[in-house]
Design a binder for this molecule. Structure first.
Ligand code: CO
Length: 187
């Protein structure tokens, strides 16, 4: 049994307030000794994906994607604002076919991982919603739904590396070819 430990680092900042005493001393310049290294982004360890309550995500950090009895999404791209701390994706299935015949979901991963996740999903079978949710390459995923249903997922946007390309796609068997698009971080 695997256990993921999320390490939370609490940085306690001691703020020293200079309370307006502009001393007239001709003290040495360069006495600002608190020169803290502010950029610790080197190494880019993957950020553990955190669960986010969709209800907590504001409307301008949300998108609704529709799908139907055709193997298509209503959009080719999902634009995620960099200013959004979290982002919410809602998938609506406007068709009438049941999930067993025309299931749709939305899975988000790096573009390079998408095909393998979809293939693995086919192998995972219907009981697992055609998705191995244990795959750490999955950034976020909705449930697999059928006609008339709706599903929502929210995720922390810091799970998206600005230097990488991401895709959203459906892992229902044979849907990956036509049901995919780009997930882009935008200003
Ligand atoms: Co589908």
């Amino acid at each position: 049994m695997k256990t993921n430990l999320a390490l939370i680092v609490l940085a306690v900042l001691g703020l020293s307030a200079c309370s307006g005493q502009e001393s007239a001393s001709e003290a040495t310049v360069g006495s600002a000794s608190a020169n803290v290294a502010s950029d610790s982004s080197a190494g880019s360890t993957p950020v553990a994906v955190e669960k986010v309550d969709p209800a907590s995500v504001p409307a301008d950090c949300s998108v609704t994607v529709e799908s139907s009895d055709q193997m298509k999404y209503s959009v080719n791209e999902i634009a995620v604002k960099k200013s959004c701390e979290a982002f919410k994706v809602t998938l609506k299935h406007t068709g009438t076919m049941p999930v067993a015949q025309m299931g749709h979901n939305i899975v988000i991963s790096k573009a390079d991982d998408a095909s393998a996740i979809a293939s693995e999903g086919t192998g995972a079978g219907p009981d697992s919603g055609y998705l191995n949710i244990e795959n750490p390459a999955i950034v976020a995923h909705t449930d697999m739904i059928g006609g008339g249903q709706e599903t929502t997922v929210a995720f922390k946007t810091n799970a998206l590396d600005p230097k990488s390309s991401y895709k959203f796609f459906c892992t229902f068997p044979a849907h990956f070819g036509t049901m995919q698009g780009d997930v882009k971080l935008v200003d």
